[in-house]
Design a protein around this ligand. Structure first.
Ligand SMILES: Nc1ncnc2c1ncn2[C@@H]1O[C@H](COP(=O)(O)OP(=O)(O)OP(=O)(O)O)[C@@H](O)[C@H]1O
Ligand SMILES: [Mg+2]
Length: 265
């Protein structure tokens, strides 16, 4: 009894954090178990009332989190990753999701040994009844439209790709402009191109110009970070071009994409 998309994004974020903490390899462990809380008990920053909970834990054998950073990791935009690698959104979104679900998040970490992040969610007792149409309301479904996604940051590409596939769109992924060119000149059906503006080599704007030479009607959604946004603003958008600014939440992106598709019809 929780938001399945948010749960999926939470686990994905935690797995990516674990991966990033183990540049030289290691073990990523995902565990689920039932936890019975007998009396008010503290989990991380929160207390949970008695009841049955499900613990979803993602553990890694990476570098761990320094004690002085441990208190800050849930803060919005707290990141130790270089620009373009991390926005510091993951854990704060997970914290919000846990609170909203009447659960909690707990982090255990030891420098040089690894990190375990646990999500505690109230256990649902009762029958499973899936209301028809609920999914359509929560997430607009695509109708087989194909999206070309050009993004050099593999974590971001993974997340956006997930969102697109969840929405029912086909997605072709490219890590830079050069890789995207043959897709643009091919006969493949393309309904939308989502491109990062700050790409290595050819930038997103140049890629868009190239794309429009071959596909004049192609809709284009630019993704920019705050730095680029200042210099470019909205002015450079031609008709059929749209912009989202990083950081954004995945629901906002989903609705932006739906808006683009519905405005064109
Ligand atoms: N498993 C982990 N091992 C070591 N450090 C971690 C781990 N998970 C989180 N951290 C630390 O907490 C910081 C914040 O994590 P969070 O997921 O909120 O943001 P991010 O991963 O930096 O960026 P984003 O999730 O937005 O891509 C990270 O930058 C990192 O310093
Ligand atoms: Mg993260």
């Amino acid at each position: 009894m929780t938001d399945p998309n948010q749960l999926e994004n939470a686990v994905l974020n935690l797995a990516i954090n674990g991966r990033d903490a183990m540049p030289d390899g290691g073990t990523l462990t995902l565990t689920t178990r039932r936890v019975q809380v007998e009396e008010m008990r503290r989990f991380g920053q929160d207390e949970l009332p008695p009841g049955d909970y499900i613990q979803v834990r993602v553990g890694d054998t990476g570098g761990g989190i320094a004690p002085e950073a441990l208190g800050k990791v849930f803060e919005l935009f707290f990141t130790t990753k270089p620009i373009g690698k991390g926005t510091g959104l993951g854990l704060s979104m997970i914290y919000g999701f846990a609170k909203q679900s009447r659960g909690a998040v707990e982090i255990e970490s030891a420098l040089g040994e690894g990190t375990q992040v646990s999500l505690f969610l109230p256990r649902y007792r009762g029958g499973l009844h899936i209301e028809a149409g609920v999914r359509d309301r929560a997430a607009p479904e695509g109708a087989g439209e194909t999206v070309l996604l050009v993004e050099d940051d593999s974590s971001v590409r993974l997340l956006i790709g997930e969102v697109l596939r969840d929405l029912g769109y086909s997605c072709i992924e490219a890590s830079d402009g050069q890789t995207a060119l043959p897709v643009l000149t091919s006969n493949t059906r393309l309904d939308l191109m989502i491109t990062d503006v700050g790409l290595p080599g050819m930038n997103g704007r140049q890629l868009a110009d190239f794309a429009r030479q071959h596909r004049p009607d192609l809709r284009i959604l630019f993704v920019t970070g705050y730095a680029e946004q200042v210099s470019d603003g909205d002015d450079f958008l031609d008709p059929g071009m749209f912009l989202v600014t990083k950081p954004f939440n995945l629901d906002a992106l989903a609705f932006k994409i739906r808006e683009i598709f519905s405005s064109a019809r």
